[in-house]
Structure formats: C-alpha cells, structure tokens
Design a protein. Sequence first.
Length: 142
Amino acid sequence: MDRTKDTLGEIIQRDIIVNTDAIWKCAHRYLWNKYPFSQREINSAKNHIKKYFEEILPALYFNFEKQKVQEFALRILLAADYVKRKSGRFIPHPVIWFNPENPHGFTGTKSWYERRIENERYKNIRFYHQDGILLCKEIIHQ
C-alpha cells in the first residue's frame, strides 16, 4: 500500500486510533482491572477518548499529541490513586467516565493534573535575595 499520497488528516486519524487504543489499554488495566467489557462498550469508550485528541488543531497535532498522551496517562493514574486512597470509591463505567460532558469523570481530572504539574514546577523554583529583592529562578531538569 502506497501511503505517500495520504493527506495530513488521514495520517492524523490513524495516529489518533493508535493513541486511543493505547489510552484504552492503560485505563482498562488501571481503572477497571481488565474487566471484560463488551466490544460495543469498548468502542463507545474509545469514541469518547478520540474526542479529546480530535480537539487538537491539525496544524498543531504532532506538536502536542505526545504531551496529550502523557497527560492522559497521568490523569488515569491520578484517578486510580484517588480510588485506592479511600474505601468505597470507584470509577464508573468507561462510557460514563470518558464522556466529555461528565464533569465528574475524566474531564474532572484536568484540575488534578494541572495542580500536579504546578506542584512539580514549584519544586523546581529556587528563591533567593539579591540587592534586597526576592528573586526566583526555575531549575530545568533535562
């Protein structure tokens, strides 16, 4: 198959499918302990996951898709940690949890993720005085 004539949109759609499958496998493992959902349920959940990737503008897709995958994975792990910390907590069905309209599902983990990133960034800031002025410098780890 000659893919040299594929459009950017077709390439992005294939990449979204690969990323969606990877995110589903991660979530299925950590949030639902590999529970045997039906193929219909899995496809519905994956359609919701795809929506998050489709929000990225095509011209910027390859600049942000790896960051989006990392964000997804961390948000899934944060949700898994939330459930483990207290008895009685649970993650609802994946079709409900991944639905972008559900503020208490995956969408609700955005603030957790942002807070976590901000805390990590804060740990890398060093404060010091110079000429009576409080200054700060961000230490960047590579």
